[in-house]
Design a protein around this ligand. Structure first.
Ligand SMILES: *[C@@H]1O[C@H](CO)[C@@H](O)[C@H](O)[C@H]1NC(C)=O
Ligand SMILES: *[C@@H]1O[C@H](CO)[C@@H](O)[C@H](O)[C@H]1NC(C)=O
Ligand SMILES: *[C@@H]1O[C@H](CO)[C@@H](O)[C@H](O)[C@H]1NC(C)=O
Length: 682
């Protein structure tokens, strides 16, 4: 009888309590196949997803394969030895010995494939390098787990900072989660039942019985992607981003999780206008995030867990480039933090872009918070706005990629020209949540803003180097000596690269010979000589004069500006004197204005294509094909710094000039935020 009641409760409340979750899981596991139990469902309890995921036992052959592919692919990742112990100011943040951890993971046994996955995923995330991420599509973002109370860090009139439920939380949740809201309404206790809307804006005094920053800081240790601790704290909180089809809302790591590892959260809150403290427990609910379907464990494994077309590279030596163009061939694309790009642009233009274990979402920013009336020329992820002070123009730039490279290149220019024509004297570039994209568009934007000058004439970007491991050297040798890439389809083809003086490499230039030896963290490592950024001349004519002086530009974000966004921000800040503004960071923590700089990012499948096309797949250094549906990202070229040009920019300091406090009236309200920046920063 008790059993029945708690089951009914579990169904009603969605397995809220840990006890109900255990009962639920056991029943599911005994009665039916745990993956069949969540098949065809939109919303389920995280425990039910876990029951499916933890039912997969570790196959030692598959485990060895995952480690072998990742380990051998990392021979192409520029930063393995740097990341063993990063220089200051990131020494405390980046100190991961990947080879040692792979050896540990090889020895360790795991209760389930999910446990192995979590260890692999978090090991790579400890690099705090959003290019070098391990993803397994059997687990990551198959379901996303949500609570309807995303959090923000607000500063009050006295300058005191507190965690709050976002003022817009209910507006967002009622639009996005309308079909699940009842579960959360019913989960609220006593007279709060059904009053989820009254929680918006509430001060959060405790999360699971502890100071909220215990949870914020614990998340900062596992979220990865950015070197700066402050930036990883900020990832806990909700923010916004301009996507290809409009402004979107990012729930933050508290509001949205890519693995079903939390069943519920208990918050002690003080609602706005109330003196009383309330303690509430809200269930996490998992929503399906893939279009792939399954009916049972066997079809789940087959459709989601084993290698798919695109997981591994292809042999292009026959010249059939369509092999690389199939839509499925960019599995990584779903996890790159940029809009979907065309296969043709993916071929033609090198990328530097953040990878995340969360797929890109399109939760809408509430209409009342969404900026209206962009100026003429705005399009897609590049929308420009004139503020009513009549002197401040704003370029909201959600990504350095869009559905069309040329379209974005044009939209950046025409939007800025419209702002100039409307009388703009100063410019805010809002790169909130900008995960990078096309490298050459970062340099294009730098060039068109500041005009032709010594920092933009030959190249507006950074010199870079690639890693020259033994297999990389063999690939270049095959290309330059055996003509293994006559159609110039490969990254390692010298025809794609230039000396720092802008002179192109010739087809027979074996550019990894001799490798440049460097000693990094006590280990000898080989790299290419310096190369230019290969973007100039641009394929569109830039204006002959500056649109804005560097000192009249402010670049704002929550610090989560990565990859090509970092290339743009670093050159604008360090070469042109732009003002760098981070919004909403914890007061006593240094806020970095960007991170994950890299130079050019790519992944295992791309390196595998280089290996297969040059006939080197049989070499003992070549990674085998992935047996699993996995992605291993890498930094393929690493940019040199501006302040210290002899060392990578990746671990050089990038402190913001201003850490702008967020108040309830400007948080996640771009127009209000821009006005505040215009008033206080210039
Ligand atoms: C990883 O690769 C290195 C060579 O770079 C090798 O010495 C090591 O044994 C490999 N580790 C594992 C766990 O396979
Ligand atoms: C550019 O640099 C390369 C390598 O140092 C050199 O061989 C070449 O002559 C230079 N080109 C010019 C135009 O100076
Ligand atoms: C790799 O080796 C296998 C077996 O030794 C052979 O059948 C295959 O043709 C080789 N492939 C290449 C690309 O050399």
């Amino acid at each position: 009888m008790v059993f029945k009641v708690s089951l009914a409760g579990a169904a009603l409340l969605g397995a809220v309590s840990a006890l109900a979750a255990i009962v639920d899981t056991r029943l599911v596991a005994k009665a039916v196949d745990p993956c069949a139990a969540i098949a065809g469902q939109k919303w389920v309890a995280p425990a039910a997803v876990r029951a499916c995921f933890t039912s997969f036992q570790v196959d030692p052959i598959v485990k060895a394969n995952i480690i072998d592919v990742a380990n051998k692919t990392l021979a192409f990742h520029t930063s393995v030895n740097f990341e063993k112990l990063a220089p200051e100011p990131f020494t405390a943040d980046v100190h991961e010995d990947l080879l040692a951890d792979f050896a540990r993971i090889s020895r360790q046994s795991y209760n389930s494939e999910l446990d192995l996955h979590i260890d692999m995923s978090r090991t790579l995330k400890r690099l705090n390098d959003g290019h070098c991420v391990y993803i397994n599509m059997c687990f990551d973002s198959v379901f996303l787990s949500f609570v309807p109370t995303p959090l923000v860090l607000l500063t009050d009139a006295k300058g005191v900072q507190n965690v709050h439920i976002a003022p817009e939380a209910f507006t967002v949740a009622s639009a996005e989660f309308a079909d699940e809201l009842g579960v959360w309404q019913n989960a609220l206790p006593g007279n709060l039942k059904g009053k989820l809307s009254s929680l918006s804006g509430a001060k959060v005094l405790k999360i699971n019985g502890e100071d909220p920053f215990v949870a914020v800081d614990a998340n900062a240790l596992i979220t990865g992607s950015f070197q700066g601790f402050g930036t990883r704290q900020n990832s806990f909180f909700a923010t916004y981003n301009l996507g290809s089809t409009g402004f979107t809302y990012s729930m933050g790591n508290f509001g949205q999780m890519s693995l079903p590892l939390a069943d519920s959260v208990t918050l002690t809150i003080q609602r706005t206008g109330s003196n009383k403290l309330d303690t509430i427990t809200l269930p996490y609910r998992s929503r399906i995030a893939v279009s792939t379907t399954w009916t049972d464990t066997a079809s789940f494994r087959q459709n989601l867990c084993v290698a798919q077309p695109g997981t591994n590279g292809v042999d292009l030596s026959g010249g059939d480039i369509t092999k690389r163009d199939e839509p499925s061939a960019s599995l990584m694309g779903a996890f790159q933090q940029q809009p979907k790009i065309s296969p043709a642009d993916r071929q033609r233009h090198a990328l530097n872009v953040l990878l995340d274990t969360s797929r890109q979402q399109d939760i809408a920013l509430p209409p009342v918070l969404t900026p209206a009336n962009p100026v003429a020329g705005s399009a897609g992820v590049a929308q420009s706005f004139m503020l009513d002070d009549k002197k401040t123009g704003v370029l909201a730039l959600g990504s350095f990629s869009d559905t069309s490279f040329d379209g974005l290149e044009q939209a950046m220019l025409s939007g800025l020209q419209s702002l100039k024509a409307a009388g703009a004297k100063q410019l805010i570039v809002d790169v909130t949540g900008n995960g990078g994209g096309f490298i050459c568009l970062a340099h294009w934007l730098h060039r068109i803003i500041v005009g032709p000058k010594s920092t933009t004439n030959l190249q507006a970007g950074l010199d870079t180097m690639a890693r020259a491991g033994p297999l990389a050297q063999l690939i270049v040798q095959r290309i330059t000596q055996d003509n293994a890439d006559p159609l110039n389809l490969l990254n390692f083809n010298p025809l794609n690269w230039q000396f720092p003086n802008g002179t192109h490499f010739t087809a027979d230039h074996d550019w990894l010979q001799p490798p440049v030896q460097r000693v990094i963290n006590g280990r000898q490592d080989a790299f290419s000589p310096r190369m230019a950024d290969q973007c100039q001349p641009f394929d569109m004519d830039p204006p002959s004069e500056a649109l804005f002086a560097g000192k009249d530009v402010a670049i704002i974000s929550n610090g989560r500006c990565a990859s090509s966004c970092s290339l743009f921000s670093v050159t604008m800040a360090k070469e042109e004197g732009a003002k760098m503004v981070v919004v909403g960071g914890k007061k006593d923590v240094v806020q970095q204005y960007c991170g994950t700089v890299g130079g050019q990012s790519t992944d295992f499948s791309d390196m595998d294509t280089e290996i297969k096309t040059t006939g080197l797949k049989n070499n003992s250094l070549a990674p085998p094909d992935f047996m699993t549906n996995s992605v291993q990202g890498i930094t393929w070229r690493l940019g040199f710094g501006v302040v210290d040009p002899t060392q990578p920019e990746e671990w050089q300091n990038r402190p913001a000039d201003v850490n702008l406090p967020l108040t309830a009236d400007i948080v996640n309200n771009p127009i209000a935020l821009w006005k505040q920046v215009a008033k206080t920063v210039f």
